[in-house]
Structures are given as C-alpha cells and as structure tokens.
Ligand binder design. Structure first.
Ligand SMILES: Nc1ncnc2c1ncn2[C@@H]1O[C@H](COP(=O)(O)OP(=O)(O)OP(=O)(O)O)[C@@H](O)[C@H]1O
Length: 578
C-alpha cells in the first residue's frame, strides 16, 4: 500500500522503540532502492532530521522527548497534546483527493449495505421523538408541593378556599386566598369541568388551577374533613385525567427501558444469532467434483456409491436395501474430508448444507437443539439433499461426562433427527471428525453413522495426483509431471492440505520474484518453508552455545568455541566421526 502522500513528516527522537516503518539515512543505498522503508530495531536511533512516515503510528508508540519549559520544568501541556494539526492536515488532504460524486456514491453504498440498521434506528428515533413531543405538549406547570402540616395550618387560619382529593393517589390539591384563585370562580370552574367529565384538554386546565399540592397522611382523613367542614371549605375528589395517566406511564416506561435497552439488545443479538444459521442456510451449488479429490480412492469409492443411490442409478430398493443415513469421514486434519463431502454434493447435483458443529454450541440451553431442528427441517424440505457436519466431536462427544446440559440436549436432538427420517427421505448426513474415539456410541450405531470411511494420509502416488490437481492452474517452467514426482518424493507424510499449501507458496514466491512462471527453486523453497518454517536464523553451534548459556548460566560453558565439549564430544554429547 502506498503511504499517504501529504501527511506531515514529524522530526523528533523516539525514546521507546517499537518497530516502525520509516526511512532512515543510515540504510545502504542498495537496500534503499529495493525497500525505502525498513523496520527500525530498538538499537536504531532516529536523528532529529529523520523523517517519520505515518505520524499517528509513531506518535502513539513513541514517547515524545519531554518538553522543557523556561525554568527547566516539564511542560505538561505539550505531553497531553491531541496532535490535532497533523490529523486535520491528513483529513483535508484525503478530502481533497476525493470528489463529491465519489462521496455521494460511497454514501449510497453505505446506506444500502446498512439499510436494516438505518431503518431500525430511524424508527426508534421517530418513536422517541414522538414521545418527547407528547411529553412537551402535555407538560403542565406543576403545583407547588408543600408539607401536609402547611395545609392543616392554612385550613386552621381559614386561608384555604378549595380542596381536591385525587382519586387513586395520595395527592391533595388546594388553593388559598391571595393567590388570585380565592374568589373560587376558576376553582369551581375546574372542579365543575372535572365532575362533568368534559374533554380531556379541559381537564388539564383543571390541574393547572391548583396552586398547591401535598401528600395525604394515613389515618388523618377524619380530622382533615372535620376541619374543612368547620371552616366551610369546598372539597371534592376527581380521578386523574387520562392524558396525565398516559404521561406518567410513558415516563415510567422510558425511564425503565432506556437503561435496559443495551441488555435487551445483547439478548436479541444472542437469540437472533441462534436463529441465524437456519435462516441463512441456503443450499449451495457445489462446483467441486470427484476429479478434484485425489489420493483417497477407497473413501471416494464408498461415497460414489451414495451418489449413485441419490441419483437413482442404483436401484437399492429392489433388494430391500435402505439408503445409508449417515456417513462418518474419519481421518487426520487436512486429508480432504470436507472436500470429499463437497464433491459428493457436486457430483450428485443436490442441495448441500454445510455446517460446523461448533455453530450448535450455544450459551442458552435449548438453542443448539433448535438450530439442529431448523437445519434438518430445511434439509428435508429440499430433499434429496446432503447435510455436512464438520468437526462432529464438538457436539457429538460422549454424554454425561460433564454438566454441560446444553451440549447433551443438542446431541439428543441430532440423534432424534437422524432417527426421524422416513425411509424414503433422501437426506444424507455426512460428518467429519479427527477424533472418532471421542464420539458418543449412540451416534455410531447402525441407522445413524453406520458407514465409517477412513480418509488417511496419501501415499506417494496419491501425493503425485493431489499435486497434479493443484498444479492445474499454475504456469510451470518445467514439465508438471517432473515437479509432481519431485515434490511427492520429498514430502512423505504430507497430507492434501500441506501439498496445496506448497503449491500456493511456490506461486507466491514466484510472484514475489517477479517471475512469469514457477520454477523448480520456488517449489524447493516452498517445501523447505513447509517443513521447517520461515526462519533466517541458522542453528549454528554458536547459536546453540549461546542458547544453552542463557538457559543454564550456572553451568560452565558446555560447548567450546570450536563446537566440541570439554571431553571432546560433540555438542549433543555424542562422539562424531567427522
Ligand atoms: N485429497 C485431496 N485432494 C485434493 N486436495 C486436497 C485433498 N486433501 C486436502 N486437499 C486440499 O486441502 C484443503 C483442505 O482440505 P479439507 O478441508 O478437506 O481437510 P479436512 O480433512 O476436512 O481437514 P479438517 O479435518 O482439519 O477439517 C482443501 O481445500 C484442498 O485444497
């Protein structure tokens, strides 16, 4: 990737040294011409004139030199700088490079991709906006809340003109002389409106007209009523208006739901993820054929028979036979079990449902079983079809070994589903595992995974044929057959995945070289990489000596500089012939 063109180049020393990409003046001209950016090791120090690329990387990793103030004190302001200027410059340079139509197009693509999230957020915002509008429109100036004793005092002094008890709550509203409502007109108006049950809007006006409110004290009603009768105060009771009830309900809901929303969202995600695979599971059109899988002839033959049964070229029903319900592919990793299953689907031309057993491992008890149910119901609808379960041991382990109830339930569901096929339902379950010994015996009984197919490591001939498959699209300098023979002879014990990787590595090495074809050296280097890994460090005697010295510093050097031990033996303690 080309580095950004215009970000400013910062120049300062770097005291903490994580490797960063930068150009250094110390690099030799030859290496510079090939790779202008090199990784700085901890020993490489940057001079003040060292231009540093990607300032954000550098700044986040390196501590700046302390900025010393006039009195020799550290200037803390500089240390916590947000480094806005370089960031703004970077942003503006990027903006300059992008045109308006591009931006509009990008925006359109982003909107289309996230249309579900956008619709959800828009509707949530609209609902919240409506709630807010409702609360705003129905907001009324609240009556002044006073202590109960004040109401009693005002009643005793004869200042109270009218009292109203709110039904279904403990609130008491009242007005006093001298607050503009003493002539009783408005109060009576409000009371009258409430009593007559007129429109809700007018009822709000009723609440507005009460200047004070207080909370009722239990067992004091009799005293309060006698006091009001004695003073000749008009008193009444009224229910809370519908709008006010709605309002308080809404406030309660919002105040409860807003903190709960993140939790609900997490729960929703978990549940929807649980439903995901069944929803998403669509029969895939397999392009893999039996020709693409080599070196596992016995397994191929077994599976070819199933394909013939599915296609109807073998009339197994005539002799009273039943189609095998399950085929278990057993073998070491990378031998082509998944590839074989895909080729079965490709050859049979039937829908293929591929799933990894770990997808059924769920947090909530019963979710894994539900997924299995969904998967099989879809597969049955699309029959004849093939269900492929990779790494079956993730759910098919022996039951009752742990307290993992969820896994046991999932396995029970799988057993039930495999039992539940009617004899004419053409759904074949192919499963793959590297650990057949870990499987529950119930899975392997006849009627479920009755057919076990061993997919083993390929022999010399198998390796040659696998290589030929993977070298089909690779331009080689030499005859492919020679390369196949060479690689196959050098890679005993390698499985299909290893061989595919060698071919890929060789092609990558050729591309790195800038070559048009893959040459023998690329292939040899790829084999070396596959066998020994990528490591520049040669295991010389010196390196071994240093390593041993580091591990056992208290022991006097076991190996001399010439590679022999004190007693003249080789460094591993053996007398060598050389
Ligand atoms: N017999 C083979 N013929 C051709 N290619 C093979 C063969 N075996 C493996 N490969 C290559 O290796 C890749 C990985 O193989 P695959 O996923 O089928 O292995 P697996 O046995 O299912 O491994 P695991 O048990 O780890 O899931 C395949 O995509 C294919 O490119």
């Amino acid at each position: 990737m080309a580095p950004p063109a215009s970000p400013p180049l910062l120049t300062h020393a770097c005291s903490s040294p994580p490797p960063i990409l930068c150009s250094t003046s110390s690099s030799s001209s030859s290496s510079k011409s090939r790779n202008p950016y090199k990784v700085l090791s901890s020993s490489t120090s940057l001079s003040c004139s060292t231009p540093i690329l990607f300032p954000h990387l550098q700044l986040s990793h390196c501590s700046k030199p302390p900025v010393v103030g006039i009195h020799g004190k550290l200037n803390p302001r500089r240390r916590f700088s947000l480094r806005l200027r370089p960031r703004l410059r970077l942003l503006s340079s990027r903006l300059k490079r992008t045109s308006l139509p591009d931006l509009v197009e990008d925006l359109g693509v982003a909107l289309r991709r996230n249309s579900r999230i956008i619709t959800l957020s828009a509707s949530m915002s609209a609902v919240l906006g409506l709630c807010f509008l409702f609360l705003k429109l129905t907001a009324v100036p609240a009556s002044k809340v006073v202590p109960y004793s004040e109401l009693v005092t005002e009643l005793q002094s004869g200042h109270v003109t009218a009292v109203m008890f709110e039904e279904g709550s403990r609130r008491i509203f009242y007005n006093t002389r001298g607050d503009g409502r003493e002539n009783g007109e408005t109060v009576v108006d409000g009371e009258a409106l409430a009593m007559e049950g007129r429109k809700e809007k007018e009822k709000i006006g009723f609440v507005l007209k009460w200047k004070y409110s207080t909370r009722k004290i239990d067992h004091d009603e009799n005293y309060l009523l006698s006091l009001m009768r004695e003073k000749g105060v008009a008193y009444s009771s009224a229910p809370q208006s519908v709008i006010m009830t709605l309002r308080s309900l809404l406030i309660t809901v919002i105040s409860l739901w807003i903190p709960l929303t993140p939790l609900m969202w997490l729960l929703y995600r978990q549940l929807s993820a649980a439903n995901g695979p069944a929803k998403k599971r669509r029969p895939s059109n397999q392009k893999v054929r039996f020709d693409d899988v080599e070196g596992v002839d016995a397994a191929k033959e077994e599976l070819m028979e199933i394909v013939s049964c599915l296609q109807g070229s073998i009339n197994y029903k005539k002799l009273g036979a039943k189609l095998p319900r399950g085929v278990l592919l057993v073998g070491p990793p990378g031998t082509g079990k998944t590839l074989l299953a895909r080729s079965v689907a490709g050859e049979a031309g039937v829908p293929f449902f591929s799933v990894s057993a770990s997808e059924f491992v769920e947090l909530f008890v019963g979710r894994g079983a539900a997924r299995i149910r969904d998967l099989f119901s879809v597969a049955k609808k699309c029959s004849p079809s093939i269900v492929f379960i990779d790494e079956l041991d993730a759910v098919g382990g022996k039951r009752g070994r742990s307290f993992n109830d969820e896994r046991d339930q999932t396995l029970n569901q799988l057993l039930t589903e495999m039992d539940g096929f009617e004899s004419d339902t053409k759904v074949i379950v192919i499963a793959a595992t590297n650990r057949p010994e870990a499987l529950d015996p119930a899975l392997c009984r006849p009627g479920r995974f009755s057919r076990k197919v061993l997919v083993g490591e390929p022999d010399l001939d198998g390796r040659k044929r696998i290589l030929a498959v993977h070298l089909r699209g690779v331009p080689l300098e030499e005859n492919p057959e020679i390369i196949c023979n060479l690689v196959a002879s050098l890679t005993p014990g390698f499985v299909g995945a290893d061989l595919a990787n060698i071919v890929n590595e060789a092609a990558l090495l050729a591309a790195r070289r800038g070559g048009e074809t893959v040459i023998r050296e690329d292939v040899m280097e790829a084999i070396e990489r596959a066998k020994f890994g990528i490591n520049d460090r040669q295991l010389t005697r010196n390196v071994v000596r240093k390593g041993l010295d580091k591990l056992f510093p208290w022991i006097p050097s076991l190996i001399k500089r010439d590679g022999t031990t004190e007693d003249g033996l080789g460094f591993m303690g053996y007398q060598t012939l050389s």
